[in-house]
Ligand binder design. Structure first.
Ligand SMILES: [Fe+2]
Length: 359
C-alpha cells in the first residue's frame, strides 16, 4: 500500500495546492514547488489521517500556506474549514470540495477540473474501510452516489494505491468496483461492517495530526548534527529503530530505544544528556517517539530530518556491530489492512499543469 499525495497548480499564476502531503515528504514537495516556480496556497487533508503523519502543518510553517480540512473535522490544525460544495480560488481556477463522509465523518473529495481526488473515500477497485474513527458504511453508500452523479468521465485519483493503478474514472469504477457499484445499501453495510486491525501507532498518528505543535526549529538536518557537539557529552542520539537495524548501522554513541518500547522505557530518557535527537530509518518512527517523549514531559527534543537514510546519503560516519555499516529496512511486522501503516515509498515529482499531478 502506498500513500499518494497530489499537487494541483494553476499554470498562469503559478499558484498551487497540495493534497494529502505526508510529513516526511515535505522537503521533496518544497523542492518541486521551487523547481516549478510555484507558490503554495493551500495544504489540504482529505480527512484526519490515522495511517501516516500529515505534512500540512509543516508545509504551513515553511510556506505560510493555509491548511484546509473539512468543516466536520475535530482537528485543531486547519486554518480554513471547507463546507460541502465550497469552491476555493486557485489562480484563475477553482477547486471544489465535496463532503463525502463514510471512511471518517470528516472525509471529503477535491474536484479540480475533471480530476477528483478521492482521498480514502474511493479507491481504484476498492473502497474505504468504515470500521473505525467514526466511519459509517451507510454514509459511504450515500457518498458513492454523490460521486456517481458527477458523471462517468470524471477521473479518480485515490489517496492510496493498492493495486498498482493510479488513475481510473467514475464509469470504469461503476463497471468494475464491486463496492462502488453496489446498489443495495444494506449489502454494502454488511460487506464493510467488519472490524479490521487498527493502523500501527494509530493513537500517536491521530495525536500528531489533530494538534499543531512541531516547530521547524525542532528539525535538524544531517549536516547540522555536528553543531550539537559530541554525542553522549553534549546531546543524546535516541535511535528508535529495531535491534537488527541498529546493529547494521547507526550513529556513533546512539542510545537504542525501539519505538514499541518507548512508552515503557521513557523514564530512561530523563537521565540522558539533552537535547535528545530522535532518529529512525526515514523519520516517521522518530517523529512518533519524539512526540511521545514530549507528551511525557521531556523538553529539548529534536528530530533528524530523513533519518539514517539521509545520514548515510550525506556520507556521514556510521558504526555497526559487524561488517560495513549500512541502513537496512525493518523486518515486516505483519499484514497491512486497508489504511494500515505502510506505504513508505517516496513520491516522484514531475512537471505538471492544471490537470497533471505530482504523485
Ligand atoms: Fe484514511
Amino acid at each position: 500500500m502506498q500513500c499518494r499525495a497530489y499537487l494541483v497548480a494553476d499554470e498562469k499564476t503559478r499558484t498551487a495546492a497540495v493534497v494529502d502531503a505526508r510529513f516526511d515528504w515535505a522537503p521533496r514537495i518544497l523542492d518541486a514547488l521551487s523547481r516549478e516556480g510555484l507558490t503554495l496556497k493551500y495544504a489540504i487533508d482529505t480527512h484526519t489521517h490515522a495511517d501516516h503523519l500529515s505534512g500540512s502543518e509543516r508545509l504551513r510553517n515553511l510556506t505560510s500556506c493555509k491548511v484546509v480540512m473539512s468543516g466536520a473535522t475535530r482537528s485543531k490544525v486547519a486554518d480554513t474549514l471547507a463546507r460541502d460544495d465550497d469552491e476555493f480560488e486557485l489562480g484563475g481556477q477553482s477547486i471544489r470540495f465535496l463532503h463525502t463522509p463514510g471512511h471518517t465523518p470528516d472525509s471529503m473529495c477535491v474536484l479540480a477540473g475533471n480530476a477528483l481526488l478521492t482521498g480514502d473515500t474511493l479507491f481504484i477497485g476498492g473502497s474505504a474501510r468504515t470500521d473505525f474513527m467514526g466511519g459509517s458504511a451507510a454514509s459511504l453508500f450515500d457518498s458513492f452516489r454523490r460521486l456517481e452523479a458527477l458523471g462517468g468521465e470524471i477521473e479518480i485519483h485515490p489517496g492510496h494505491d493498492y493495486n498498482g493503478k493510479h488513475v481510473s474514472t467514475i464509469a470504469e469504477e461503476l463497471r468494475s468496483n464491486a463496492a462502488f457499484r453496489e446498489r443495495d445499501k444494506a449489502a454494502l453495510v454488511a460487506r464493510l461492517d467488519v472490524p479490521g486491525p487498527l493502523p500501527n501507532n494509530m493513537a500517536e498518528m491521530l495525536a500528531f495530526n489533530t494538534r499543531a505543535g512541531l516547530a521547524e526549529s525542532s528539525i535538524v538536518q544531517p549536516r547540522e548534527v555536528n553543531s550539537l557537539g559530541v554525542p553522549g557529552r553534549d546531546f543524546t542520539v535516541v535511535d528508535v529503530r529495531y535491534a537488527d537495524e541498529f546493529a547494521a548501522g547507526r550513529m556513533e554513541g546512539a542510545y537504542a530505544l525501539p519505538l514499541p518500547e518507548v512508552s515503557l522505557r521513557v523514564h530512561e530518557l530523563e537521565k540522558l544528556k539533552r537535547p535528545l535527537l530522535f532518529v529512525c530509518k526515514a523519520g516517521v518512527r522518530a517523529t512518533i517517539a519524539m512526540m511521545a517523549a514530549r507528551k511525557a514531559g521531556l523538553n529539548e527534543c529534536l528530530l533528524l530530518e530523513g533519518g539514517m537514510e539521509s545520514w548515510a546519503a550525506a556520507k556521514l560516519p556510521m558504526t555497526s556491530d559487524n561488517g560495513a555499516p549500512r541502513v537496512i529496512a525493518p523486518a515486516a511486522t505483519g499484514p497491512s489492512a486497508a489504511c494500515a501503516a505502510g506505504g513508505c515509498a517516496a513520491p516522484t515529482v514531475s512537471a505538471h499543469s492544471w490537470s497533471d499531478w505530482i504523485i
